[in-house]
Structure formats: C-alpha cells, structure tokens
Design a protein around this ligand. Structure first.
Ligand code: HAM
Length: 422
C-alpha cells in the first residue's frame, strides 16, 4: 500500500455510518427540543482568535495547533482546535445579540489538535457542542448539563458520570493561585517535570496532573471552593442545589481544571467508565468574560462540547450487537437480468423505481442470472425483480419475495404499489 492515514486520523467506513447518523440525528432532535439552533463556522480562523481566548500557555496554543498561512502577506491561520471562540466571534461579528440577546446555539463538526494519538484521542476528531450566550443565570448551566445528559440517555449510554467544580473568576482565582504557589514553593522539586514547568506557566494545571505524587501533594492543599468570592460561591451553591432538584447525580472534584483560560465559575466533565484514560465524553463550563474580551458588552455565557468519537466508543461498549441495531437498511429491490443484452432496459427500469422512491440496484458486471441472485441474497434485499425478454415483450416483470420465495408476474405499476406498501 502506497498511502496510509496520517497518525491520529481515522476513516469512518460505511459500516460505522449508521452509528454516526444515529448520534447526529438524536443530537439535532434533542437540541431543537431545548431551543438550540445550529450554527456552522469555517474550518480555519485567524490564529490570534485561539491564542487570545484559549491562553498562550494552554497545551493547545503552545504545541497543538495546525497553523499556516497561504502566502507571506497573509495573517496566520489555524485549523480550529475548538469551537467556542469561533462561535463567540460569529455572535459578535453578525450582531446576533441585536436579534435576540440570549442566543442558544449548537454545532457539529471536525476539529484539529496535534496531540499524541491514543484510544479516544485523535488529531482530527469531531465534536457536537452547545453554547448559550447572553445569560449569567445558574439555571442555564443546569440546562446545558441536562440537555447533554438527555442526549446520552436517548442514545442508551448509562455509564456516564458528571464531575463538577468551580474555577472562580478573575477576582478570586488569583488568590487561590497565590495560595497554591505558597504551598508548593518549598516542595516543588518533588513534582513531576511537567508540573515544575506548570508551576511557572499555568499553576492550576498541576491540580489535574495524573502523576500519583503530584496528586497526593495537591490533595493536601485547601480546595478552590474555600477561596471563592461571594458571587462565585453563591453561583456554585445554587448550581449544586439545582442539580439535586433536577435529580442529576454529580461528583464535586476540586482537582478538575480545564485546559483553556476562558472559563469562569462552573466547569464540568461527563466521564464514561469504559473509555480508559481518555474518559471525558464531554467538557464545558461558563465563560462570562470572553465576549467582553472579544470586544462585546459584558455577557454571561456557558457551553460544552461532546467528543463524538468517544460517544461512539461508549455506545459500542454499552450496546452489544450495535452493528445489527444500527445497520444500514438494506435496499428494497435487486433487479436481475435474464440476458446481458437487457442491461439498458434494466437500467431504465431501475431509474423508474428510484424515481418512485424505491431503493434499488442491479449488477453492472454481466454476471449470470444465478450469480445475480447470489448477490441479491448477500445484499439481503426483500424483493428481486427478474426481467427477461418475454416479460419485456409483454410489459410485465417477475417479482420474487425473498422471504417466502413466492414469485408473481406483475405489471410495472403493480410492482411499484406492492413494493411501496410491503
Ligand atoms: P474540550 O474538553 O477540549 O473542550 O473538548 C470537549 C470534548 O471533546 C472532550 O471531552 C472530548 O470528548 C473531546 N475531545 C477533545 N480532544 C479530543 C481529541 N484529541 N480526540 C478525540 N476527542 C477529543 C472544548 O473543546 C470546549 N470548547 C468545550 C466548551 C464549549 N466549553 C464551553 N463551551
């Protein structure tokens, strides 16, 4: 084989497509039920959009962006590594807030991050995301969580667990960051080499380090909840009591931090127990300052994004025999020709069937009648139409019902009717 997939990319083959369609269709239906409207933005944006919003010291901006420029005079461009910043850009660029201040948007599409590939982690992957722009109310945080959980429920995913935390705001977060710095300064050489670097660049990321020693060290430090300002604490407490009202089970994890700078207050992930180390099906939170940072008025916002590849992995883990449950519906009809000379007549009849909305196909490789019937069996079609010179002369065809084996000679109109109602 001369060419292979680049690392971290994957093909979605026809056998997998029904699962993807099932996920996409369910998402469109659920999101519309909750009043969200779809938005589509370009695959690439100006690099500065991501550098500014995600943070210069985030993993994505530091080392994972696919950045290029088409020519020397053009500003640097980046394949989108996430979609919150592009949606906020579109919200402001098209003045969507003038139409309706509170905009509830969703998207489905591919993203690009130059990460180390492993199970559930790709360099090109797909997200379904939701962004609710224009409201500070904690009930919108709950709505975002609830709609995601509803989607998982309808898909049949049961082993999903919500993990939640608050990351504070630009007023209280620096106080916590300072406390972390003071607590860690004398023992920082015990941290892993990545965390020693994070100590300088992004101290909060030390909290979610998977290294056992780092985890044990940070577990000794008072959690962020004890440092939240009054407003952030109220928001978090209301959110937690709201989750109880909604019967949504959750776990507070003070080690949870997210990889982007734009978050304020609520952050959360929904994890799946069968996914191994890349176990987040979804991640999100509130970002009350991003719209203002992009030049808009102060506007509350909250959202999340669901990793589609990971949802497919979860579906495969939870739903046994999913290939049968989500198989492509077979064609309705296979048209078999008694003689190869009838190919053009057959093709014209096929066209008629398809125009009537009946899915149909035939053999183009001049197989014997036996060979064609074998192919029809393989395709699991419910009906075979056999067209021979005599039938053609009389304006009829032979229709074979593949489940009963019964054959009938019918006029074309009768065939259409029979197959459509069958
Ligand atoms: P994120 O946590 O970077 O958040 O990504 C959200 C989800 O996308 C993850 O939980 C995971 O399921 C999936 N995902 C991320 N990276 C990969 C990868 N390399 N391969 C496969 N799946 C992946 C965001 O992107 C934020 N924009 C979410 C958000 C929306 N926050 C507010 N609004």
């Amino acid at each position: 084989m001369k060419y292979k997939l680049p690392p971290g990319t994957h093909d979605i083959l026809p056998s997998e497509i029904p699962l993807w369609h099932h996920l996409e269709k369910t998402a469109h239906e659920v999101f519309q039920t909750y009043g969200y409207q779809e938005i589509r933005t370009p695959i690439f944006e100006y690099t500065s959009l991501f550098a500014r919003s995600l943070g210069e010291s985030s993993d994505i901006v530091e080392k994972e962006m696919y950045t290029f420029s088409a020519n020397k005079s053009e500003e640097s461009l980046t394949l989108r590594p996430e979609l919150t910043a592009p949606v906020v850009r579109a919200y402001l660029e098209h003045h969507l807030n003038r139409e309706k201040k509170f905009q509830k948007l969703y998207y489905i599409g591919p993203l690009f991050r130059h990460e180390r590939p492993q199970k559930g982690r790709y360099r090109q992957f797909h997200q379904i995301g939701l962004e609710a722009l224009g409201c500070y109310d904690y009930l919108v945080d709950i709505e975002i969580i609830d709609v995601t959980i509803r989607l998982f429920e309808l898909l049949g995913i049961k082993q999903a667990q919500l993990v939640i935390n608050s990351i504070g705001c630009p007023q209280c977060r620096p106080i916590y960051q300072n406390a972390l710095k003071n607590n860690l300064s004398t023992i920082k050489t015990k941290l892993c080499s990545d965390c020693q670097r994070r100590f300088q660049t992004n101290i909060l990321r030390i909290l979610d380090c998977k290294n056992k020693t780092c985890y044990e060290i940070t577990s000794q430090i008072p959690p962020i909840q004890t440092f939240l300002c009054k407003q952030c604490r109220n928001h978090f407490e209301q959110l937690i009591s709201g989750l109880k009202e909604f019967d949504i089970s959750y776990k507070i994890d003070s080690h949870l931090v997210r990889g982007f700078d734009y978050y304020t207050k609520t952050i959360f992930e929904i994890r799946h127990s069968a996914l191994g180390s890349q176990n987040a099906l979804c991640g999100g939170g509130r970002y009350d300052n991003l719209i203002e940072e992009f030049g808009g008025l102060p506007t509350g916002a909250v959202g999340c994004a669901i990793g589609m590849e990971r949802v497919i992995l979860a579906l495969k883990a939870e739903i046994k025999n999913n290939s049968q449950v989500f198989a492509c519906p077979p064609l309705k009809v296979f048209l078999a020709l008694v003689e190869p000379e009838l190919k053009m007549e057959g093709a014209k009849f096929l066209k008629e069937l398809r125009r009537k909305g009946i899915s149909a196909d035939m053999d183009f490789e001049t197989r014997s009648l036996k060979g064609q019937l074998r192919l029809a069996n393989k395709l699991k079609v419910p009906y075979v139409i056999i067209l021979g010179p005599e039938e053609l002369a009389q304006g009829v065809v032979k229709l074979k019902d593949m489940s009963s084996g019964k054959e009938e000679v019918l006029k074309k109109e009768e065939v259409y009717e029979k197959i459509s109602s069958g």
